[in-house]
Structures are given as structure tokens and as C-alpha cells.
Design a protein around this ligand. Structure first.
Ligand code: UD1
Length: 385
């Protein structure tokens, strides 16, 4: 069996790592080996957004890099499709495996299907119901085209059934990101918060030397266009962090390139960099983020993956979105997060409610570290039929 597996952007890397490792494990004993070619579309290209994750998670170097880079959605998707079509025509695989919901996922799914190559989607069935999110479009198109759909929870399987996906294409296997979390927890725990800060603080910062955050810090990440692009949303959010949250906590904010650009554009960068209780970091590596999450009193984020990691680690989390495609992570469903959108009054209210909360770790069904194993077993069986 010849597979092409695809990654493009940061959240894909922790999903492909366990899959590749499981394929390698399978090949050690199998008569009919799986040949896996790894394609990186190049959507994320900064060392800190891409290469660092390959190294930290022991992902082999990509066999092929399409080097599409940034651009508008149409540019990014169009360029990826053109480049990936050439790869498929040359390699002629039996199966294309895509993960998650980024532009790389959508682009390569469409190309595979147009060339009649079987398509497998890992992390299928997530639905936010919000079609203004680029990821929701990517998920719906990818799932509609996929032949094998691996879901992280039962609700996602139900979503697919409701949309008319036949039962025999849907496989509830659990959350593959949690395989990665489990594999890396011990190494992450060994890191010290102070050295993470020292090694990742942005060069413009005047905060130098030793930090003792005494585990009394909040962790912030923001990158969604809906939060960071509109000035009328982003500016009040940043001011709330600067003027209110820092009264109770030191804030650590590993910053996404998009948010960093906006801070500069909206002339907030200097205020943020010079604030004595806000520590602005470069985008940090996988283990570093896991360590920061493990020690945080509270997480404020608009990331989907972090909602899931907070659920398993129990970190009280404010999700700065109005909806989520990952409802199993919500406090009302036993998880650790609560939706607060981007209204300052709602965020303020929930922030004070949440500050006093204890950690409450929860593992949804099959978030057990063995998802990749179930996926590879299912793929192999589907080829034997
Ligand atoms: C993408 C995914 C999003 C995911 C996020 C994680 C889509 C539609 N969105 O969003 O689902 O949660 O990745 O980060 O696929 N940039 C750099 N260096 C890089 C990559 C990006 O500077 O290595 C800058 C560029 O200016 C670029 C901007 O960040 O225009 C946004 O990058 P892009 O890949 O378009 O989307 P993300 O916001 O990262």
C-alpha cells in the first residue's frame, strides 16, 4: 500500500506524528509494508511554526515540500492544488491521508478526489456550524469527499451520519492529538518555566533576567482572523489583558505571526512589550507549550487544539469564540473550557468565575493515546477487503 500523508500548518504536525510512528511500527512486522510519503505543503514555513515541531516530535523530514507559503485563501489553496496534483500524478498512491482542517487539508483532498485516489480524513466530523470560519468550510468539503473518516468523538460521528455519510465509512477512533500529548508529557514536565521564558522571549522585550512566576500565571494565545484582524475587536481584547487581567496574574503570551503583525499595525506592540506583567514570547515549541499549559492557572485562547489539551490536563480555559467544533471539551459537558466569544463583559465575568477554579482533568472516550494504532489497523483492513 502506498500512502501520501499531508501536512501544512502547525496544528497538523502533532496529528501526523503518531500516525507516522504507527506506520513504522506496523512495517517492522508486516509482510506487506506500507510506503508512506510525507508531503508538507509549506503553508507554515517559519522555523518556529514548522521545523521546530518536526524536530521535537521526531517527524521525519518531509519527502516533498510544496513551498506554497502565505497568501489569500484562493492563492494558498490554488497554489497547493496545482503543486499537489503534480505530486499525485507522479507518485500514483493508493491513498491520501489528510489531517485536521487547515487550507492544506482542503486543497489536497480536492486534488486526490479529482484524480480518483482514495481519501482518508483524520479528525473528521467536527462541526462548529459557523460558516464564516475558514476551517468549517475545509472540514465540510474534506469530509464530503473522504472515503474513510476517522472521528475523535461520538458526536462527530453523529454529525457525519446526519449529513448522510454512510455508516461504513465512519470510524470512531478517538483523538490522535492526545497520543502526542501522552507521548510527550514526561519530557515536557522536565522543562522549567523560567528557562522557557528566557529562551523564547521576543527580542524587543525589556524584561530581561530571571522571572519567578510562582505558577501564578495565565496563558494567552490568539490567532483567529475574527479576533485579531478587526481593530474594534482586537484592541479592546488586548487592553482588557493589559489593564485588568494583569492585576491578578502575570500573563504569558506566545504570539502567532498574525497577531504580532496586528499589534504593530494597531500601535499596541510597545505597550504590550513594555508591560511589566505581560511576557510576550515567540511562538513556542510543542513541549514548551505543554509545560506552560501544565502550570497555568487559566488559559485564554481561541485555539481548537488547546481546548482539547486543557480538557485532558484540566486547565480552566476561556475559549475566545462564540462556538466550538469540540463540544466535548466544554465545562458544561464535563470538560475545562467555557465559550466567551470576544465580548469584554462576557470575558470579564467568566474570567473572575474561573480564576478560583481548580484543575479538573477529563479524558473523553478513547482519548487514550492509542488512536493512531486504531487508525492504521483500520486502514490495513480496508485494503485487505
Ligand atoms: C492556520 C489555519 C488555522 C490554524 C492555524 C494555526 C487555515 C485556514 N488556518 O491559520 O486553522 O489554527 O494555522 O497557526 O488553514 N505566517 C508567518 N509564518 C508562518 C506562517 C504564517 O509569518 O510560518 C503569517 C503570514 O503572514 C500569514 C499569516 O501568518 O499570512 C497567517 O498564516 P496562514 O497559514 O494563512 O493562517 P493561520 O492564521 O496561521
Amino acid at each position: 500500500m502506498k500512502i501520501i500523508s499531508v501536512v501544512g500548518a502547525r496544528p497538523n504536525f502533532m496529528k501526523i506524528a503518531p500516525f507516522i510512528r504507527e506506520v513504522e511500527r506496523y512495517n517492522k512486522t508486516a509482510d506487506h509494508k506500507i510506503q508512506n510519503i510525507l508531503v508538507h505543503t509549506g503553508q507554515h514555513y517559519d522555523i518556529r511554526m514548522s521545523e521546530a515541531f518536526f524536530k521535537a516530535l521526531n517527524i521525519p523530514d518531509p519527502d516533498i515540500n510544496l513551498e506554497v507559503g502565505s497568501g489569500t485563501h484562493a492563492e494558498q489553496i490554488g497554489n497547493t492544488m496545482i503543486a499537489f496534483e503534480k505530486v499525485l500524478l507522479e507518485q500514483n498512491p493508493d491513498l491520501v491521508v489528510v489531517v485536521g482542517d487547515v487550507n492544506a487539508t482542503l486543497s489536497c483532498s480536492v486534488v486526490a478526489k479529482k484524480l480518483n485516489v482514495r481519501l482518508c480524513h483524520i479528525e473528521a466530523g467536527l462541526r462548529s456550524g459557523d460558516m464564516s470560519m475558514p476551517e468549517e468550510i475545509n472540514r465540510i468539503v474534506t469530509d464530503r469527499l473522504s472515503d474513510l473518516l476517522f472521528t475523535p468523538d461520538r458526536l462527530s460521528s453523529e454529525n457525519l451520519k446526519k449529513e448522510g455519510t454512510p455508516d461504513d465509512k465512519i470510524f470512531f477512533v478517538g483523538n490522535i492529538m492526545i497520543d502526542t500529548l501522552q507521548d510527550n508529557l514526561v519530557n515536557a514536565q522536565k522543562l522549567s518555566i523560567e528557562s522557557i521564558i528566557r529562551e523564547n522571549i521576543i527580542p524587543e522585550s525589556n524584561l530581561s533576567g530571571a522571572f519567578t512566576v510562582d505558577n501564578k500565571y495565565g496563558l494567552v494565545t490568539l490567532h483567529r482572523p475574527s479576533n485579531v484582524d478587526p481593530e474594534e475587536v482586537f484592541v479592546p481584547l488586548v487592553k482588557f489583558l493589559l489593564n485588568e487581567v494583569t492585576r491578578d496574574l502575570v500573563l504569558i503570551w506566545p504570539i502567532h505571526p498574525r497577531a504580532r503583525k496586528r499589534l504593530k499595525e494597531y500601535r499596541l506592540f510597545d505597550d504590550v512589550v513594555n508591560h511589566p506583567s505581560l511576557i510576550l514570547l515567540e511562538p513556542v515549541g510543542y513541549h514548551e507549550m505543554l509545560r506552560l499549559n501544565l502550570g497555568a492557572r487559566i488559559m485564554l485562547t481561541d485555539s481548537g487544539g488547546l481546548q482539547e489539551e486543557c480538557c485532558v490536563l484540566g486547565t480552566p480555559c476561556l475559549t475566545l469564540r462564540w462556538n466550538t467544533e469540540r463540544p466535548v471539551t466544554l465545562r458544561k459537558n464535563g470538560g475545562a473550557s467555557v465559550l466567551v466569544g470576544n465580548s469584554i463583559s462576557v470575558i470579564r465575568n467568566e474570567y473572575y468565575n474561573t480564576l478560583s477554579m481548580e484543575r479538573n482533568p477529563k479524558r473523553p472516550e478513547l482519548w487514550d493515546g492509542h488512536t493512531a494504532n486504531r487508525i492504521v489497523e483500520t486502514l490495513v483492513k480496508s485494503f485487505e477487503q
